[in-house]
Design a protein around this ligand. Structure first.
Ligand SMILES: [Zn+2]
Length: 442
């Protein structure tokens, strides 16, 4: 007797990313009702199950989808607007552009194109900090992408035309709506940073997060310019300022955390917060190199992110993983730091845990079926002697063949199934042109 299931992926090398780092050659993953039912060799699985559909993928690697723990999806409408400039100049241009031109439709269009880019590159989950968050949520629901977001707070005026009191009021409405909509999903509150919010504002956001038991996503210690600014404003360092406002705990994701003291590394590890390491963005903006080996050594949780497309260029988690694996080796002159296996771990299961997703990030029975099938029998990755290296050092976003979220195939043979890719691209170019025009005026 065989059990009927929805989908079986066969024939590839399965990287389960479980605690034992199981690798199964000629493996198979069984999916039923959006959940992974079983994982094993092709032979044993086909003896136990029959499926509505079997996708055979010899020469491929089957692994969890990437979990992008820091991005601003719809910022792709401003891609290229502020490249090769300092973080301060970047923020100045970006914030002005957002205040002048951003609207709900731009966020919908940008988020759709960004999620198309994510899915095409094997990313199945993203933590998104941006304006008009409900528009991005609606787009994600249509597309079938695992998007986590929440209300963002920034200074005294936001692109949605609110002052801080208005932001707080709106945040409460969004949190109530999200809590009601999806009670099984964690809520998120997103104070932008300690250089765009004063102490009183941060404390009130901390109180709001505590009231809703919400998770917190913020930027911290990204550049030395930021440290100077925060010192002027708060007479302290970003991590201490956040901690004083009740914003550093096990539910916190700190984006970047590049400039940390030894004491801050220990404090972050102790608090159980997750650092979203964004090496491509940090390099592109000349921000420095995060002390990831030291964070890991101290037992801190580290995950990977791309940051937004305006700062990082692409939303490509293969680049983030590759850069995380290369950068720290080079800086410390130690090639044993951040192995390829560790880089994949940071980009999948560790990211999921950092976002509070206990059922995402590994290919094991009972886990949600979020995964990617990557072609690794390629000129860049063959012969694939080391399956981790084949992915991190030999493959890229365009090698992803199929992407599955919640058991649903959202990309099949590189064709997006839930978004019209050509239209998403045309729409992005059209709204970006409107944004550019608004920015160049006056
Ligand atoms: Zn960011």
């Amino acid at each position: 007797m065989t059990t009927q299931v929805d989908l079986i992926l066969t024939g590839g090398t399965v990287l389960a990313m479980d605690a034992a780092s199981t690798v199964i050659e000629n493996g198979a993953v069984v999916i039923r009702g959006g959940v992974i039912q079983d994982v094993g060799t092709k032979e044993e699985i086909l003896g136990r199950y029959r499926a509505a559909e079997i996708i055979n993928s010899p020469g491929c690697t089957v692994m969890p989808g990437w979990v992008n723990t820091h991005t601003h999806l719809a910022m792709n409408v401003f891609r290229g607007l502020a490249d090769d400039v300092t973080l301060e100049e970047f923020l100045d241009r970006l914030v002005r552009a957002e205040l002048r031109s951003l609207n709900e439709n731009m966020v919908t269009v940008g988020a759709r194109a960004a999620m198309a880019e994510c899915i095409a590159g094997g990313t199945t989950t993203a933590l998104d900090m941006y304006w008009f968050p409900q528009a991005a949520r609606r787009a994600a629901r249509e597309i079938g992408f695992r998007l986590l977001n929440g209300p963002t707070f920034m200074g005294d005026a936001d692109p949605e035309g609110r002052d801080f009191e208005g932001m707080l009021e709106r945040a409460e409405a969004i949190l109530s709506e999200n809590q009601h909509d999806r009670p099984d999903e964690d809520l998120w509150v997103m104070p932008h940073s300690t250089y765009t919010l004063n102490t009183n504002q941060l404390e009130r956001i901390g109180a709001l997060a505590a009231r809703f038991d919400a998770r917190i996503n913020t930027h911290a210690s990204e550049s030395s310019g930021e440290l100077a600014l925060v010192n002027q404003l708060h007479n302290d360092r970003p991590v201490a300022v956040l901690a004083d406002a009740g914003l550093v705990g096990p539910q916190t994701v700190l984006a970047h955390a590049v400039h940390l003291t030894d004491a801050e590394i220990i404090a972050i590890a102790h608090a159980g917060s997750t650092v979203a390491h964004c090496p491509v963005s940090n390099l592109k903006l000349g921000c420095g190199v995060a002390r990831v080996p030291q964070l890991l050594q101290a037992g801190a949780a580290v995950a990977l992110g791309t940051d937004g497309a305006a700062s990082a260029g692409m939303l490509d988690m293969f680049q983030a993983a590759r850069m995380a694996a290369l950068l720290h080796k080079g800086v410390a002159e130690d090639p044993t730091l951040i192995s390829a296996e560790r880089a994949i771990r940071l980009g999948t299961v560790d990211g999921a845990r950092g976002l509070g997703l206990q059922k995402v990030g590994t290919l094991e029975a009972g886990m949600v079926a979020d995964l990617q099938v990557v072609r690794t029998n390629t000129l860049g990755a063959a012969p694939g002697v080391d399956p981790w290296s084949a992915v991190v050092y030999g493959s890229g976003a365009s090698d992803v063949q199929h992407t599955i979220v919640n058991g649903r195939i959202v990309m099949r043979d590189r064709v997006l199934q839930t978004i019209d890719e050509a239209r998403a691209l045309d729409d992005l170019v059209a709204v970006a042109a409107v944004a550019q025009a608004a920015v160049s005026e006056s």
